[in-house]
Design a protein around this ligand. Sequence first.
Ligand code: NIG
Length: 388
Amino acid sequence: MSGSLVIDNIGRLITNDIQLGRGATGQLVDAWVVVTDGLIDSVGTGRTPPADERIDAHGCCVLPGFVDSHSHLVFAGDRADEFAARMAGRPYEAGGIRTTVAATRAASDDQLLARATQLLAEARRSGTTTIEIKSGYGLTAADEARTLTVARRLSDETTFLGAHVVPPEFDGRTDDYVDLVCGDMLAACAPHSRWIDAFCERGAFDVDQSRAVLQAGRSAGLGLRLHANQLGHGPGVQLAVELGCASADHCTYLSDDDVAALAGSDTVATFLPATDFSTRQPYPNARRLLDAGGIAALASNCNPGSSYTTAMPFCIALAVRDMNMTIDEAVWSATAGGAAALRRDDIGTLAAGRRADLIILNTANPIDFVYRPGVHLVATTLIGGSIV
Ligand code: NIG
């Protein structure tokens, strides 16, 4: 938008800036926010400053937009049958990814873009203002590159995940596939990616293969992230810390050494509780990490296999209900924590000079994300000061 906008009559403003307000999320009461040219100009309390336009928050809560730092939004088909079987007792297996690979390879770019656009609109309605999008359902150089080209149309935060699983044509030849990922596939995908990622897990890639992929990505100028410790204890978290990854994602199984390593680093532990919900895995105890001084993010992991939701409020509800986070910690992790996981300082906080990405709730109290689960609480989402 051009000109200035003021949002006033805010019952509770969560800034995530401890210089600006009270508590760990920098909260103000009876507050206003002034936006100019898409950026926060100022925040304060008391008399509303003049502006060209005004939005009345009706005494409700305003907070930074959700920063969803882990999604697999570009895919075709669904896996509802696999989900139903899981609800009947079958365990989640990484091999199900191949079902979505086959459907994605068969889909046109237009079909992939149309589905991802629908999912993005759904995410926006529940308050997501930034979303990271991974590839990983193409697994040929051409299919990974076109997946990332589609993703780039929707977000600057794109991640090359050629090392998602070994595709069927490379059965028994994992090292050859890793060579492809580190060579021609990376060359085709790096121009469309900000990040590189690997699935370091039994049934996917081992620690040496994952290290090789991330190091090749770093040499190509990409930032590093890692799927770690999703299905069991393993070396993923330690590898993520060793390589200085921005984020270790999943962290469902954390040993004491993993917690200590994360807490002694600036690698963010990105928890994906909707995945643990959908795969019927135990929830991680985020308290251990937070009490040790680690940084946590919450993300949706939207994908058709292990977590088919875009709803960050649902992730907050699970984190408070089942992971021992306070509501303030969960809201921080879904906003500022996500920004930290993406190494971004322009989003996730409502302070002068930051992007005016924010949401206006239809309730004064964010505990309602947990207390009133499944209820639509996001009245308005603004990105760069414009309603979306
Ligand atoms: O993050 N862990 C690897 N990738 C996805 C699973 C994707 C799928 O099952 O299709 C995840 O859970």
